[in-house]
Design a protein around this ligand. Structure first.
Ligand code: MG
Length: 255
């Protein structure tokens, strides 16, 4: 099932199930029993927003073997995690704003999962039951500030630095998926999720032993090799096989 979140005519966000060119309203995606409306709504007639409203977004610093090799770093024995605030989240087709005090703004194509139910100290074997599905995420990073600050919070947390979407795919095996970053039509990152060091289930279990996860929380699984810069005017896409394409444009910060 493909789940989207979109604004209805009253401006309220609602969840829906995509069927072809239409969306059908659902009451909640965070349940085993979903009530679905029977009135089709044309996808083209609504504004799609980020596919969940997370209480937090947790990301992983280094989770692809080739990316670790590219950086000349040892493979980590435990995931290195960090966070972005919910205020950084934007959806498909929303603009990434390039802050005026940033010298280098990088893309990072990532597979992300969305949490289905409260997860507290779970193990990796049961983690699949706590994952609603998978989506695309661009871990937008002010690389110069990341190096300058040492701590990553500022570099990762500007408003619009967390594009997510376009929808959640609930019926997909996250192993062996092709992840690509396409900048202005040119492929810049290309990798398979089979190169990951820690699986999504490993990550959800690990993080649930640090902080309780809630429905809608987003866990991003790290970027493959080939990260690089974007400038205002660029169109950037995260494409994941079997899920879809998350497209955003980079715009200059208003004066
Ligand atoms: Mg990243």
């Amino acid at each position: 099932m493909k789940i989207v979140r979109f604004l209805t005519s009253d401006g309220q966000p609602n969840y829906g199930r995509i069927d072809g060119e239409n969306i059908y309203l659902i009451d909640t995606p965070f349940s085993d029993t979903i009530k679905m409306g029977d009135k089709p709504i044309a996808i083209d007639s609504v504004r799609i927003v980020a596919p969940s409203a997370p209480s937090k977004i947790i990301l992983v610093g280094l989770n692809y073997k080739e990316h670790a090799r590219e950086l000349g770093m040892e493979l980590p024995t435990e995931p290195i995690i960090f966070m972005k605030p919910p205020s950084a989240v934007i959806g498909h087709l929303a603009d990434i704003i390039y802050p005026s005090n940033v010298a280098q703004l990088d893309y990072e194509a990532e597979l992300a999962c969305v949490i289905k139910k409260r997860a507290h100290r779970i193990n990796a074997k049961e983690a699949g039951d706590y994952i609603l599905g998978y989506t695309c995420l661009n871990d937008v990073t002010a690389r110069d500030l990341q190096k300058k600050d040492g701590q990553w919070t500022r570099a990762k947390s500007f408003d619009t630095f967390c594009p997510v979407g376009p929808h959640i795919e609930t019926e997909i095996d996250p192993r062996g998926l092709k992840v690509e970053l396409v900048l202005n039509g040119n492929t810049r990152q290309r990798c398979e999720t089979s190169d990951m060091i820690f699986s999504p289930e490993d990550l959800v279990a690990f993080i649930s032993r640090v902080m309780t996860l809630f429905p809608g929380d987003i866990i991003s699984t790290g970027t493959p090799k080939g990260v690089g810069p974007m400038v205002p005017g660029d169109e950037v896409e995260v494409q994941i096989e079997g899920i879809g394409v998350l497209r955003n444009k980079v715009m200059p910060s208003p004066k």
